[in-house]
Write a protein that binds this ligand. Structure first.
Ligand SMILES: [Zn+2]
Length: 245
């Protein structure tokens, strides 16, 4: 049944959206893609970046994984299979995107599993905990600093701090940091609350996530930003002072 739904959806797309955007698809086919934005999102079925941002084909380059996580750069490269890093490299070096958005979200199962550790239902899986361990330090710090808070608030703090941690990891790729330094690239830490339908962006001055209300947003990292402003530790400390939203 589920697959029939997909095929019906594709039939509708072909006759409707594709037909209505024929010029766009012809242009994209003949000229190639030139998106200005890379979104690193979570694989979670509820948070499709294209739907959330109402973008058209060709507008966003997207990589989705468990937890919307960016792993640290491997320097020198270790020649293992780094899918997320390869997508980031192509977006930055080949497509020369102008913005990278890390899009975390509420009720994230991957981050929840990281927080629960050995108690998680997925603890024995082959790959999952190794992957989410990219944010292990953030998780450990949150468990220590926020130990008196309800579990859901700890998970939320780790979801958000992990997004900030991923932005920091982006800056470890030398060709990416160079483009930030020269003002050609800005980095954004965003978090989507699907129960409210509200988008939040990290405000480096306040070290917290604030609701995005209009079409202006302060980048988390741009030319001249001090990396000390975007320490996940600051956000966790701010969460301890002012839990929730
Ligand atoms: Zn998720």
């Amino acid at each position: 049944m589920a697959l029939e739904g997909l095929l019906k959806g594709f039939a509708d797309f072909r006759l409707g959206y594709y037909h209505d955007h024929l010029d766009l698809f012809e242009k994209l086919a003949s000229e190639g893609q030139s998106p200005k934005i890379l979104i690193v999102g979570c694989a979670d079925a509820r948070v499709d970046p294209g739907i959330l941002t109402q973008t058209k084909p060709g507008e966003i380059f997207t990589v989705r994984n468990i937890g919307a996580i960016v792993p640290p750069a491997q320097i020198p490269p270790d020649h293992r299979q780094h899918g997320t890093s390869a997508a980031i490299e192509f977006a930055v070096r080949a497509l020369e995107v102008e913005h990278i958005v890390i899009l975390g979200h509420a009720l994230c199962g991957g981050i929840g599993a990281l927080v629960d550790g050995d108690k998680s239902a997925f603890a024995g899986y082959d790959y999952l905990s190794t992957w989410t361990a990219v944010a292990q330090e953030v998780r450990d710090l949150a468990l220590e600093e926020l130990k008196d808070m309800p579990h859901e608030e700890i998970v939320r703090a780790v979801e958000q701090a992990s997004v900030v941690n991923s932005v920091r990891n982006l800056m470890g790729f030398p060709w990416l940091a160079e483009r930030v330094s020269s003002g050609k690239l800005a980095l954004h830490a965003w978090w989507f609350n699907l129960t409210q339908g509200q988008l939040y962006a990290f405000d480096p001055a306040a070290a917290t996530f604030k609701p995005v209300l209009g079409i202006e947003v302060i980048p988390t990292v741009a030319k001249g930003t001090s990396l000390s402003a975007i320490k996940p530790e600051r956000l966790i400390a701010a969460s301890a002072r002012k839990p929730g939203f």
